[in-house]
Design a protein around this ligand. Structure first.
Ligand SMILES: Cc1cc2nc3c(=O)[nH]c(=O)nc-3n(C[C@H](O)[C@H](O)[C@H](O)COP(=O)(O)OP(=O)(O)OC[C@H]3O[C@@H](n4cnc5c(N)ncnc54)[C@H](O)[C@@H]3O)c2cc1C
Length: 361
């Protein structure tokens, strides 16, 4: 039987990026995926690379900023290795903050994130909100967005190109142990041997022994429309009710709900219509936009909303999950620090506060 140095469980963007990083360190890698690679949360995501202090939990800021910086290079490498184009956009984001801020906070934010031009010039299709209405603190954030489907397809192709093996359509049911250390995985159909195993199973990470990680699915419904004009909206837009993510080919994503609904991935027509209406309230011409698709995906949530990264009590068994709303953003930095830890190096960024052990108390 073929032996690998490392087995990555889960072919979402976290598992795929980590598999590539481990291969770069010279390891032979097998990725095991229960379904089709790259078709769960990483397929459903919007792709905002959100790096704005007021919206990111303080504990995540260092990782988020480091990962946002890594993105252009991360995408360039995946494009080179896969021969595929990834839509990475740098137009920036317009954020309409909830006005729970006091006026001093609001002034501070407005001076740090001031609009580079009047709102009507930045987005002429907007219905300019009444400045006295709640939620009206428009800010401009220099952040990027990426098409997560392009990204995962390129990561799969890039990983294959590097000689990483895939086994898909089969669940990992257990981590195998020998002399108290991880020695591989058992699936519904077979077993595979490796001295290193990493659980990147997203919302399902807690279902696989031997350590019950407290992950849960947080359902997000969203839709995609064809803008009546290709550049009708150019910036990502976030309001407390809805976000808009334009793509370079003229599509626009409108999202998203955050629901505690177990592993249900059904879309609800009324909910999709509500999102569409919220988008039309901002950009009336979206009333003419054709709906291309609606879907729901499962964010990997944790009790404190932060990822679970690092070693586990079982030697050779690691975990990288719980990226909740930010897994697309955090993929490059997660791959880097996890590969460092799994190959016995000190991680460039201290991620001890994200250890699985924090839930033990
Ligand atoms: C609607 C929505 C919008 C989002 N928007 C953004 C955004 O704008 N920006 C952002 O950064 N993030 C966003 N996210 C979050 C992001 O999608 C996730 O954080 C990220 O995709 C998590 O990646 P992952 O690889 O951990 O999980 P997944 O992509 O879910 O991958 C986990 C994989 O593990 C596999 N698996 C599970 N159990 C097993 C098993 N036992 N054996 C084998 N395989 C298994 C699954 O089939 C799956 O393919 C959004 C999510 C949703 C749902």
């Amino acid at each position: 039987m073929k032996n690998w140095d490392a087995i990555v469980v889960g072919a979402g963007i976290i598992g795929l990026s980590l598999a590539i990083e481990l291969q770069k360190q010279g390891l032979g890698v097998l990725v095991v995926e229960k379904g089709e690679p790259g078709r769960e949360a990483s397929w459903a995501a919007g792709g905002m690379l959100c790096d704005f202090a007021a919206e990111t939990p303080p504990e995540l800021r260092e990782l988020a900023t480091a990962s946002a910086r890594m993105y252009p290079e991360f995408v360039r490498e995946l494009e080179d290795e896969s021969g595929l184009k990834i839509d990475l956009r740098s137009e920036g984001t317009l954020v309409f903050l909830e006005s729970h801020l006091d006026s001093l906070q609001e002034q501070r934010l407005q001076s740090s994130y001031s609009l580079p031009a009047p709102l009507g010039e930045l987005e002429s299709a907007f219905r300019i909100p009444d400045a006295t209405a709640p939620h009206f603190t428009p800010l401009y954030i220099k952040e990027r967005s990426v098409d997560p489907r392009h990204l995962t397809v390129a990561a799969i192709a890039g990983a294959r190109h590097r000689g990483i093996d895939f086994w898909s359509g089969d669940h990992v049911v257990a981590v195998e142990m020998a002399s108290g250390k991880a020695s591989g995985v058992r699936t519904n159909k077979t077993q595979f041997a490796a001295g290193l195993v990493v659980n990147c199973a997203g919302a399902w990470a807690g279902q696989m022994g031997p350590h019950p990680f407290p992950t849960r699915p947080v359902k997000g419904q969203m839709l995609c429309v064809a803008m009546p004009e290709k550049e009708l909206v150019r910036h990502v837009v976030r309001t407390p009710n809805v976000y808009l993510i334009p793509r370079s080919d003229g599509r626009m994503l409108i999202g998203a709900t955050a629901e505690e609904a177990g592993f249900d991935k059904q879309t609800v027509p009324e909910t999709i219509e509500k999102l569409r209406q919220a988008a039309i309230d901002l950009v009336p011409r979206l009333a003419d936009a054709r709906i291309l698709e609606a879907w729901a995906g499962l964010r990997p949530g944790t009790p404190d909303g932060l990822p679970i990264l690092g070693a586990t009590p079982t030697a050779g068994y690691f975990v990288a999950t719980g990226h909740f709303r930010d897994g697309i953003l955090l993929a490059p930095v997660t791959a880097k620090v996890m590969a460092e830890m799994m190959t016995g190096q000190a991680p460039q960024i201290d991620v001890s506060k994200f250890s699985a052990g924090r839930f033990n108390s």
